[in-house]
Design a protein around this ligand. Sequence first.
Ligand SMILES: Nc1ncnc2c1ncn2[C@@H]1O[C@H](COP(=O)(O)OP(=O)(O)O)[C@@H](O)[C@H]1O
Ligand SMILES: [Mg+2]
Length: 257
Amino acid sequence: MAGGERPLVRVRGLRKSFGGNVVLDGVDLDVREGEVTVLLGPSGSGKSTLLRCVNHLETPDAGFVEIGGDIVGYHQNGARLHALRSRAVTRQRAQVGMVFQQFNLFPHMTLLENITEAPVAVRRLPRKQAAARARELLERVGLGSREDSYPRQLSGGQQQRVAIARALAMEPRLLLFDEPTSALDPELVGEVLAVIQDLALGGMTMIVVTHEIGFARKVADTVVFLDGGRIIESGPPADVLTDPRHERARSFLAAVL
Ligand SMILES: Nc1ncnc2c1ncn2[C@@H]1O[C@H](COP(=O)(O)OP(=O)(O)O)[C@@H](O)[C@H]1O
Ligand SMILES: [Mg+2]
């Protein structure tokens, strides 16, 4: 994109219902290259569904998500949109890394195998090259000596750091985190947040769903409050986290702090 003016991610008029349940009720969101957006909101407010629409794990009922100028899930031909075939969806999804609450590592694979699987299968990287890159990434998340271990031999915090390394191995343009520390014992939360903060300093573009307000204050460029499938408040953490205007945002903050 010329000039870097256009945000990397543009969400416009996004709507999604399940049965009669309206989960996303017209969401507009911009995320600029290199910026960290923290998504806050009560359980059921639509946070995971929003991330899943960005990664095309859900198809919106209306509106769209655009990443790097391309509409997720569609090919634009003049004014017409055509749904992408599954291989094109896979290619598009490879630009977006996702880290879940439950680390979702492959239990029967070593850490090295977990990290090299997708680059070899999807990006057709030569295995040797993928392994060299995986070792660098394990080093980067502080697990340089553990490549032959299996996930069950690791703590939850370590497993989540491997899941982050696995996402990075695809060289995504954008990383999504869905409550990455919610399943962890409290003493393991810090090591995972430190890795995410390090990525932020390195300029990775990220959308992070978390209830860790201290982390949001330090790392977020923008904090967004979702409530009932709508963005009720959005802005720099110094404003939104200190003095939210909306009553629902105030009460949510009071509850999690
Ligand atoms: N695949 C699905 N089928 C039916 N309902 C769903 C599905 N995914 C999410 N929901 C519903 O959508 C609402 C919002 O869910 P979610 O996006 O997971 O919220 P949050 O992540 O903010 O807790 C919830 O009421 C949830 O039960
Ligand atoms: Mg959720």
